[in-house]
Design a protein around this ligand. Structure first.
Ligand SMILES: [Zn+2]
Length: 85
């Protein structure tokens, strides 16, 4: 990790607000390399939006942009997401 990158725990509050379940223990499968990893272990980059990247191949898993009233989520880098319900 470097000064610009955080781990998935950095977006735990935002993800829990959106999905209404604990997300850091959810397991996602990367559509780029097929690796499965807990959301808490992904790499998080913040800029104009938030980008979650695969810690194995750097594929952009999820892109999130918010304003005061809405959130846009692009999940095209995630093959599957496994949640505890
Ligand atoms: Zn990957």
């Amino acid at each position: 990790m470097n000064g610009l990158m955080l781990d998935g725990n950095a977006v735990a509050g935002l993800l829990q607000e959106i999905f209404a379940v604990e997300m850091t223990t959810a397991v996602g499968t990367c559509d780029g390399c097929g690796a499965s990893e807990a959301v808490g272990a992904v790499h998080v980059y913040r800029g104009a939006g938030i980008v979650l990247r695969c810690p194995h191949c750097d594929n952009a898993l999820v892109k999130i942009v918010t304003d005061d009233a809405r959130v846009w989520i692009d999940f095209r880098g995630v093959r599957t997401l496994e949640l505890d319900v």
